[in-house]
Design a protein around this ligand. Structure first.
Ligand code: FMN
Length: 327
């Protein structure tokens, strides 16, 4: 059992916030496979108040989409305060503040992992979030800005001082982006220093790597990011290994195809046929990672426009024989 402030979780496996990925269909699909806490896509404090159609779509949820967190990006007190007013009109179980995003245009504004260069400012902003929040607050940081300025422990202590209820840490520096090795030691140092739960991130791509993260860092929970792309089964696989040492078999092609079709339908139901198919294109590649002789289908999948066409391509995956009914 994991406790983040007043929020009780049965599972210590959390679906990571992923911009451009964590939409309603993606969250709901992962929930079917054991994900308990998921996040809507990261939202900028400045744009959330505009309530554009795009933002409203990002914030959409329903009663089955639980437990659910929102993640805010920002560095200006005025906008963060305003954003909290908007967030409070929605039903979220947790609010996370992003001090981890490595994207150039974000850090240039002093947001995301740019805040790691200024832990005092981060502390000030977090105090605003905590003060205005009606639910538990967490923060997500990286191990530091670059290899010469690893300051995860200092930054994490400052976040704890601001009153957050939990801390997510991606064990890479901003300079590393998403490549290079994960710094388990930096995460361990943070875990040893903090009293609040520490939730670790970085290369949770398999049950074995998930176990390694727990073993090497002593973290309270982990977040699954790239490991869940085209692989919602990862939740069951990690749980199997952690709970009973069981190595859960990877699903066969029939099962993967079935889930692909379901995911495609969910994307179309939520985003409409045109956008749903476009959004699903990248998932086609992820679901078929490691499959043989799928390159021509992958190329096709990046061009198709309709449900029928995408359905046909999915059913044409070599090794798959079922006849499926298109909606
Ligand atoms: C496509 C993509 C989008 C991401 N978007 C966010 C985001 O909006 N907020 C965030 O805190 N982390 C984001 N991340 C980082 C992940 O949450 C995670 O910390 C990182 O990918 C490391 O985990 P992994 O090595 O297991 O993928 C994103 C990662 C990916 C791959």
């Amino acid at each position: 059992m994991l406790k983040i402030g007043a929020l009780q979780l049965k599972s210590n496996l959390i679906l990571a916030p992923m911009a451009g990925i964590s939409d309603f269909p993606f969250r709901m699909l992962n929930r079917k496979f054991g994900c308990e806490l998921a996040f809507v896509e990261m939202i900028n404090s400045r744009s959330i108040s505009h309530k554009s159609r795009h933002t409203q779509r990002m914030l959409f949820s329903n009663k089955d989409d639980r437990l659910l967190g929102v993640q805010l990006l920002g560095c200006e007190e005025k906008f963060v305060r305003k954003a909290m007013d908007v967030v409070n009109t929605y039903k979220f179980d947790i609010i996370d503040f992003n001090a981890a995003c490595p994207v150039r245009k974000v850090v240039r504004r002093g947001e995301g992992s740019g805040l790691l260069k200024d832990p005092k400012k981060l502390n000030k902003i977090l105090k605003i979030v905590v003060k205005n929040a009606k639910v538990p607050v967490t923060v997500k940081i990286r191990s530091g800005w670059d290899k010469d300025s690893i300051n995860a422990k200092e930054a994490a202590l400052s976040c704890q001082d601001a009153g957050v209820n939990g801390l997510f840490i991606h064990g890479r520096t901003r300079a590393q982006g998403y490549s290079g090795t994960v710094d388990y030691n930096a995460i361990r140092q943070v875990k040893d220093a903090l009293e609040i739960p520490v939730i670790a991130s970085g290369d949770i791509l398999s049950p074995q790597l998930a176990k390694k993260m727990f073993d090497e860092t002593g973290c309270d929970a982990i977040i699954i990011a790239r490991g869940a792309l085209g692989n919602p089964w990862i939740f069951k696989e990690i749980k199997g290994l952690l709970d009973s040492g069981e190595v859960v078999q990877r699903p066969g092609i029939e099962e993967i195809v079935k889930v692909m079709l379901e995911h495609l339908d969910m994307c179309i139901d939520f985003h409409g046929e045109k956008n749903g198919v476009i959004i699903f294109r990248k998932f086609f590649s992820w679901y078929t990672r490691g499959f043989r002789k799928v390159r021509p289908l992958r190329e096709l999948s990046s061009r198709v426009k309709t449900r029928l066409e995408m359905n046909e391509i999915i059913q044409a995956i070599p090794g798959h024989s079922a006849v499926l009914v298109c909606r």
